[in-house]
Design a protein around this ligand. Structure first.
Ligand code: HEC
Length: 114
């Protein structure tokens, strides 16, 4: 039993240290569920769809969940928004910390179509 408890504490510390190493400071706690329809879609519609629409050079129609999810699954969404930080691209209004926090939590929660 002791071993189980120690393992559990170890895993917890590991998970906590992983999440706190993320590049972006979180302004909303990931303890609350982030919903695609009400939290994420309005951000993407306002900040991304102006360039990422069907047939555009930007690649991906971000008005469509499955096209966003494709970029999440191949890692490019996280890479461009959180690592390179070049999306939304230069000249666009940058995302606020609150918006970035929501997107980050949504990614951490598996980017569901909820
Ligand atoms: C001002 C126009 C513009 C805006 C706004 C914009 N993008 Fe982009 N985006 C582009 C262009 C053009 C490309 C293709 C060239 C490149 O990869 O840099 C691109 C490429 C990307 C890619 C790589 C696509 C691929 O197929 O690998 C991702 C991911 C991405 N954008 C995410 C986003 C997200 C998320 C937002 C909103 C937060 C956003 N972009 C806002 C213009 C834009």
């Amino acid at each position: 039993m002791k071993k189980v408890i120690i393992a559990f504490i170890g895993i917890s510390i590991f998970l906590v240290s992983c999440t706190s190493d993320k590049e972006q400071p979180l302004s909303v706690g990931c303890s609350s569920t982030i919903y695609f329809a009400t939290d994420v879609k309005p951000i993407i519609d306002a900040a991304c769809v102006g360039c990422h629409f069907a047939g555009a050079a930007a690649g991906g129609d971000f008005a469509v969940y499955s096209e966003i999810k494709g970029k999440v699954d191949n890692g490019s969404f996280k890479n461009r928004v959180f690592v390179l930080k070049d999306m939304p691209s230069a000249g666009s209004t940058p995302l606020t910390e609150g918006e970035l926090g929501k997107l980050n939590c949504w990614l951490e929660q598996g980017a569901p179509n909820n």
